[in-house]
Design a protein around this ligand. Structure first.
Ligand code: GLP
Length: 265
């Protein structure tokens, strides 16, 4: 059963998702000496990262035993490049909490041996396991950089970005030709088969169609996010705009049986 939490705005999406992450961290660290968190980049998770930093400063959570795995990294960008995902994570989360840098894992987009690097990353994820993986979604229903056409069994690998994704990412670069066209990305299997809990966040009208198709369309590799419906413990946090193409269906009595829809207070 996939749980959908509809929130009034993007800040509430971040807040509600942060409560699930914080409770999961606290629950796990009460009985284990390690917590493993999967993380996305992008604009959508920024409020969540703000709430996690606030919870750290309030003494609610401690990151010293937390390991993180990021979903992806651009091929060819060094870690200190302002648009690399490593740089993004430092600037928006890692620099503000007490996580040891060697516990923050990302694929190395500068590797000379792509196959070896992807196998190393996949093995590390499999060996530590993921307590909770947070995801965003692309306008074309991609998760991580698993573009339409990705296989359910896909693992960490080098991927080519679609024109739509390159165009969406261009807003962060000075010119279109600087946008990387390839990335190292975890696969759909990497996320689904290693995570105890999954959280997907989506906000804004530009995600409304992707969310409606992911929730109500067929489960298929052409709709990578649709595979999340196969996970036992997955929650979508949506703002009103991201839910707007499907709210009339999922918010009413005709909601499919595989969805549980709740409204955040
Ligand atoms: C990129 C990332 C995804 C992310 C997506 C959406 O493609 N690889 O992991 O979910 O962007 O980003 P945003 O939250 O900025 O819309």
């Amino acid at each position: 059963m996939l749980r959908v939490v509809i929130c009034k705005n993007p800040d509430e999406v971040g807040y509600q998702a942060s409560r699930q992450v914080i409770e999961s961290m606290q629950r796990t660290l009460a009985k284990s000496d390690r917590y493993v968190l999967g993380l996305p980049t992008g604009e959508t998770p920024l409020p969540l990262y703000g709430y996690l930093i606030a919870a750290f400063y309030a003494g609610e959570i401690d990151f010293s035993a937390v390991h993180t795995f990021n979903l992806d990294e651009y091929v060819g960008l060094p870690p200190n490049h302002a648009q690399s995902y490593r740089y993004f994570m430092m600037r928006n989360l890692f620099d503000f909490v007490n996580i040891p840098v060697h516990q923050t894992h990302m694929p190395n987009g500068l590797t000379r041996d792509v196959n070896q690097e992807c196998a190393r990353y996949e093995r590390l994820i499999e060996s530590l396991g993921i307590d909770l993986w947070v995801l965003g979604i692309g306008r074309n229903e991609h998760i991580a950089f698993n573009e339409p056409g990705s296989s359910r069994e896909s693992k960490t690998r080098k991927v080519k970005l679609t024109l739509d994704t390159i165009e969406a990412n261009a807003r962060f670069f000075e010119s279109h030709d600087q946008v990387p066209t390839e990335a190292l990305s975890v696969g759909i299997s990497t996320v689904l088969d290693n995570s105890k809990e999954i959280v997907l966040m989506a906000t804004g009208l530009s995600k409304a169609q992707a969310i409606a198709i992911a929730l109500l369309g067929p489960v298929s590799g052409w709709i990578p996010a649709s595979y999340l419906r196969e996970h036992e413990h997955c929650t979508f946090y949506l703002d009103k705009l991201a839910a707007s193409n499907c709210e009339q269906v999922i918010g009413e009595g005709v909601c499919p049986e595989y969805l549980e829809v709740v409204y955040a207070e």
